[in-house]
Design a protein around this ligand. Structure first.
Ligand code: ATP
Ligand code: MG
Length: 586
């Protein structure tokens, strides 16, 4: 999972590669080896001082958090240098691409907070130009039509240690190649019977230079060009030329394309067109999840998750549904830095970024997930009080609200123990606790289920003089519990999530097994009879709250007029803060 490169050990310039954003500390803006290259280019007035980047997704799946990293980098650099960043769909493979994916990608990038102005492009818009370029190469004796099958081409390709063998069709005259290529385009040949290949070097130490395929025959409708084409350019052929056509100055991509760079350079040099500089950086990896469209698609197709936007998915649509904010995701991408070596970011850091953001802006409310009934025997029957509650102690401008208090309440089942162990300071028989924003109560009697012995109802008394903010409010008790008034509570379903995988690196599996072997069977828990304070009755999809003592939650689109559904976005418990503290001690 860590090293997607095709040729291991090909590190030419180690010290340069190991530079990360930590090398430059004197400037306010974060720097890294990519920005250093750009700074240098600006000094020498390369590209007339222009900075033009692009984000080039293939519309064959939904965007994941790894893509967010690339988006933040490309759009971020453009903004920082007053340059431009294009959105370009690399839609060269009609068999795997769908309009649904294109639409979701556009939505996700907007949601993350980036804008491409009027520069939304598609590689398929360049099909004609790419065809013309291919014709140029054929005429120059630099490309040929090969009749070998895909299997035969693979056999001829050689290995990392053995050179490849030339195809018997390699030395066809240009005229013959031109004629065949035209006929390929005209639809005269079946899928897979011929390809157009670049004529470079079958003995090259870099397998990417062993006469790579530029066009294959595929009688398939394309979501944009329809039936116009039955030959499609390969990614390797389309990518660099598309960047060139758009006048991109810095083609930023991930490390696995490092070995393709000589090929992209070769194409651009042969064609003598604008030559963007490709710069590779390490992919973002995250623990306890998989970041690969191919693997995520498997989870969707084989129904391990409810869809691309399942709140457990590391997709942007999944994270959004879960309640993640664009700010938190951008923060993570920045903190992860830009490196030349692959590494894994701890998912706890992502959660930490989110807590920091939500702590400031999510209103704090009360909800009881596993309700236990409390009856205040000395509280007047039929009476309701409206109690004042602050919405966020971190931000006075978020104001206050009132919450109803009455004789019958719910507290959290976990907050009561009949036989409290040491250090359990919450409610127990004979013991007092404070109810948040309300009174001190004392547990007088427990009613238990006759069969199971489980407590089903607590009879308590309340002390009328201890109202929060009142004269005797200062009396000390050891715990403050959240609660809701039974008669006023709104019913809700709450979905609790855990990591999608139970291993930090799900790709680390025994032979014969795959990443799905480590799916966490307990990644989703649905609680169906939760009680929420009544102010949330008309909460809207996407609204985010802190449920006191329980975590951050947001309203799921599955909510209906009669039932709210909440996702727990993240608990309050900060694993990352602990990790950081431990790191500091070391
Ligand atoms: P996947 O491996 O998940 O299918 P991909 O690289 O095939 O991803 P593309 O649609 O080709 O997906 O990616 C668009 C851009 O996002 C590319 O420039 C790619 O390098 C970048 N990208 C993809 N995954 C990551 C990642 N984990 N970290 C950083 N950038 C990424
Ligand atoms: Mg790709």
């Amino acid at each position: 999972m860590n090293s997607p490169g095709t040729s291991p050990g090909k590190s030419k310039n180690k010290s340069e590669k190991e530079k990360t954003n930590k090398t430059k500390t004197d400037s306010a803006l974060p720097s890294d080896f990519i920005r250093e290259i750009i700074d240098e280019d600006l000094k020498t007035n390369k590209n007339e001082g222009r900075v033009h980047t692009r984000f080039p997704p293939e519309p064959n799946g939904y965007l994941h958090i790894g893509h967010a990293k690339s988006i933040c980098l490309n759009f971020g650099i453009a903004a920082q240098y007053q340059g431009l960043c294009n959105l370009r769909f690399d839609d060269t493979n009609p068999s795997k691409e769908e309009v649904e994916y294109t639409e979701s990608i556009i939505e996700d990038i907007r949601w993350l907070g980036f804008d491409w102005g009027d520069r939304l492009f598609y590689a398929s818009d360049y099909f004609e130009q790419l065809y013309e370029y291919a014709v140029q190469l054929i005429k120059a004796g630099k490309a040929y039509v090969d009749d070998l099958s895909a299997d035969e081409i693979r056999e001829h390709r050689g290995t990392l240690t053995e050179p490849g063998r030339e195809s018997p069709y390699r030395n066809r005259p240009a005229e013959e190649n031109l004629g065949l290529f035209e006929r390929m385009r005209a639809g005269e040949f079946e899928d897979g019977t011929r390809v157009l290949r670049a004529k470079i070097d079958m003995a090259s130490g870099n397998v990417n230079l062993r006469d790579p395929v530029m066009y294959r025959i595929l009688h398939a409708a394309h979501h944009r060009t329809g039936d116009k084409w039955c030959i499609y350019p390969t990614y390797d052929w389309a990518h660099g030329q598309s960047d060139s056509i758009e006048g991109i100055t810095h083609s930023i991509c991930t490390l696995e394309f490092e070995d393709h760079r000589p090929l992209y350079d070769w194409f651009l040099d042969q064609l003598k067109v604008h030559h963007p500089q490709q710069i590779e950086f390490a992919r973002l990896n995250l623990s306890y999840t998989v970041i690969s469209k191919r693997k995520l698609l498997q989870l969707v197709q084989e129904a391990y998750v409810s869809g691309w936007d399942d709140p457990r998915m590391p997709t942007l649509s999944g994270l959004r549904r879960r309640g993640y904010t664009p700010e938190a995701i951008r923060d993570l991408c920045e903190r992860a830095g830009v490196a030349k070596r692959n590494s894994v970011v701890d998912i706890a850091l992502l959660e930490h970024c989110l807590r920091e953001d939500l702590n400031k802006r999510a209103p704090r409310v009360m909800a009881v997930l596993r309700p236990l009934k409390v009856i205040l025997d000395n509280y007047p029957e039929g009476q309701t009080e409206e109690l004042d509650a602050v919405n966020n102690p971190e931000d006075a401008s978020m104001g206050t609200r009132t919450i109803p208090f009455s004789r019958v309440l719910y507290i959290e089942h976990d907050d009561f123990r009949e036989d409290p162990p040491k250090k359990f300071f919450r409610l127990a028989p004979g013991r007092e606790v404070r109810l948040k924003h309300a009174y001190i109560i004392k547990c007088e009697r427990v009613v238990k289920d006759e069969k199971t012995g489980e407590p089903i109802e607590l009879h308590c008394s309340y002390d009328p003089e201890t109202k929060s903010g009142g004269v005797k409010a200062g009396r000390k008790v050891k715990a403050t519990l959240h609660w809701v008034s039974a008669a006023h509570a709104v019913e809700a379903e709450v979905r609790l999530y855990d990591h999608l995988f139970s291993k930090p690196n799900p790709g680390d599996v025994e032979e014969g097994s795959d990443f799905k072997a480590h799916l966490n069977p307990n990644s989703l828990e649905k609680l169906t009879s939760c009680k929420i304070e009544p102010g949330l009755a008309d909460a809207k999809t996407g609204n985010r709250y802190q449920f006191l003592r329980l975590g951050y939650f947001c309203v799921d689109p599955d909510s209906s007029a009669d039932k709210l559904v909440f996702n727990r976005t993240v608990s309050l418990h900060d694993e990352w803060a602990k990790i950081e503290k431990a790191q500091k001690k070391m």
